[in-house]
Design a protein around this ligand. Structure first.
Ligand code: SF4
Ligand code: SF4
Length: 214
């Protein structure tokens, strides 16, 4: 599972960097590379764009995984170029931006918006697979998440609006609950659907999320 990101509009990045004359660019070799939002190619494009708009790009680095504390070492090799910059434009997920803020006293700016945790289902098409709800129900839904696969996040069966197996919210997608029904049927486990499930307990996934091992 990866952090799925989208590049911010050029006008927003321009606004973020208003008054900043020199920047160091950091890309990510993992999720942002997979999303084509912060890999080598995109970092090079961003550097060219910023240079064309009059910014001084003191350097760029695409480190293996920005959100991994180990990448602090990878960035150390670029300490001089980072030091010469007014700020650091980070082309990674928001987790990576926050990690980078721990490594440097420089201002950090996100170049991407983090959309969700998901996976690439086909080239260039990303789907959210889990919102970390804190009460995983995959055991009784045939391994299909009704919170992310159903736009209404229903936990007790379909809304009744599906047409020919397609979701009433978007005809592009299958009704999650019809898929769950078929999957459980194939497994001989349809009896699971007779049990009424409690509504989702949002206190199970508090924000900010914290968990202490006892
Ligand atoms: S039920 Fe909750 S924890 Fe399980 S996959 Fe769905 S969102 Fe994630
Ligand atoms: S049609 Fe199916 S997937 Fe769509 S909102 Fe209703 S239950 Fe959820």
């Amino acid at each position: 599972m990866k952090a799925i990101t989208r590049q911010k509009a050029p006008v927003e990045i321009e606004e973020l960097l208003r008054g900043v004359s020199s920047v160091f660019l950091v890309g990510c070799g993992t999720c942002a590379t997979m999303c084509r939002t912060g890999g080598r190619e995109e970092v090079a494009e961003m550097a060219a764009r910023l240079a064309a708009s009059g910014k001084r790009v003191t350097g760029t680095a695409v480190v293996p995984t920005v959100c991994d504390a180990l990448d602090r070492e990878a960035l150390a090799a670029n300490a001089r170029a980072m030091e010469q910059a007014d700020g650091v434009l980070v082309m990674s997920c928001a987790f990576g931006v926050q990690m980078l803020a721990l490594y440097t006293a420089k201002a950090v700016y996100p170049a991407l918006d983090t959309l969700f945790m998901g996976q690439e289902m086909s080239p260039g098409a990303f789907t959210e697979v889990c919102v970390q709800c804190g009460e995983c129900v995959l055991g009784w839904t045939g391994g299909i998440c009704p919170i992310t696969a159903c736009p209404k996040g229903l936990l007790n069966g379909p809304c009744g609006g599906a047409r020919k197996g397609k979701c009433e919210v978007s005809a592009d997608r299958d009704c999650a609950w019809e898929v769950i029904y078929r999957r459980l049927g194939q497994q001989g486990r349809l009896g699971l659907l007779k049990k009424r499930r409690a509504p989702r307990d949002f206190s199970a996934s508090p924000r900010p999320g914290t968990y202490l091992v006892e």
